[in-house]
Structures are given as C-alpha cells and as structure tokens.
Design a binder for this molecule. Structure first.
Ligand SMILES: [Zn+2]
Ligand SMILES: [Zn+2]
Length: 152
C-alpha cells in the first residue's frame, strides 16, 4: 500500500529540519530553473546553520512526520475496512450481511506554510537558494557543498 501526502510549499520551498541542531530552514523543492544541466544531487546535504551533513531523507520536520503518519493511518484503516467488506460480499449464500464499521481518525488539519524566512543564494551554488531564519547572525553553509558564506 502506498499513499501520497501533499505538503505545502512556500513559493516552491519546502520546510526542513536539521537532524543535528534541529533548526529549521527551507530548501527549494526540486531543481530550480537556474540549475545547470548535468548537476548531480549530492549524497548528503549540509545544514546551513550548523554545517552538519545528513542524507536527503533525514530532514523531515517533527510536524511533517506527524502529519504524514496521521494521514497514512486514516488511509490504512479505510483500506482494511474496504477489503473486509469486499470479502464478505463474495460469500454468495450468506443470509446476513456484515459490514465492518470503523472510526476513522479525523484527518489532520492541513499544514500551513507561512513565508517566514529570507532567501539566500550561496555564491558557490547560486542555483540552490535556501530560506533561513531572518535573525540568523552567522555565516551560512551551502546546502550542496558546505562552504560557508557571509550574509550581506
Ligand atoms: Zn544543523
Ligand atoms: Zn556550494
């Protein structure tokens, strides 16, 4: 079984959370138009704040993980109940019809994605812009190569 869950974007940017320092930033979801042909996705990404690295699937925020789990839980219950009802429907000589009722969990309210961060472009990989906390006082690491750059 697979379910797709949509997450909101902020102007094309997806909220991310560093597994090391747990600070949040946003990266561009999918390649930007400026990305050169032949650019290869790195095996790990650098946290713009602390400079630690992690594989691409390690950057979910706590809210995103909870949201996805709640959405998938509702879908799974619906699937199981539907399967149960279908199997009962195949019994040709039954006198009594059974159906399984279930309490589906309330679908979680959609995640909200405010435009609450400022966009920065690393000089070394300007086609991979980031959105970071507006009050971040220190240099920022490039997502792709980890090189630090100072904010103007
Ligand atoms: Zn970090
Ligand atoms: Zn770079």
């Amino acid at each position: 079984m697979s379910y797709s869950v949509e997450l909101p974007l902020d102007d094309g940017f997806l909220r991310r959370e560093c597994p090391s320092c747990e600070r949040q930033f946003k990266w561009h979801h999918g390649p930007t138009g400026e990305r050169p042909d032949g650019a290869v996705d790195p095996a790990v990404y650098w946290c713009p704040y602390c400079g630690e690295t992690a594989p691409p699937d390690h950057w979910w925020t706590t809210e995103q993980l909870r949201y996805v789990q709640e959405r998938v839980a509702g879908g799974a219950i619906r699937e199981i109940a539907g399967e149960f009802n279908r199997s009962l429907g195949r019994q040709r000589n039954s006198f009594v019809k059974f159906s399984m009722s279930y309490d589906e969990p309330e679908p979680p309210s959609a995640l909200h994605e405010p435009a609450d961060m400022v966009m920065v472009e690393p000089p070394c990989h300007s086609w991979e812009p980031l959105k970071i906390a507006a009050d971040w006082p220190k240099p920022v690491h490039c997502l792709i190569c980890g090189r630090q750059f100072a904010l103007a």
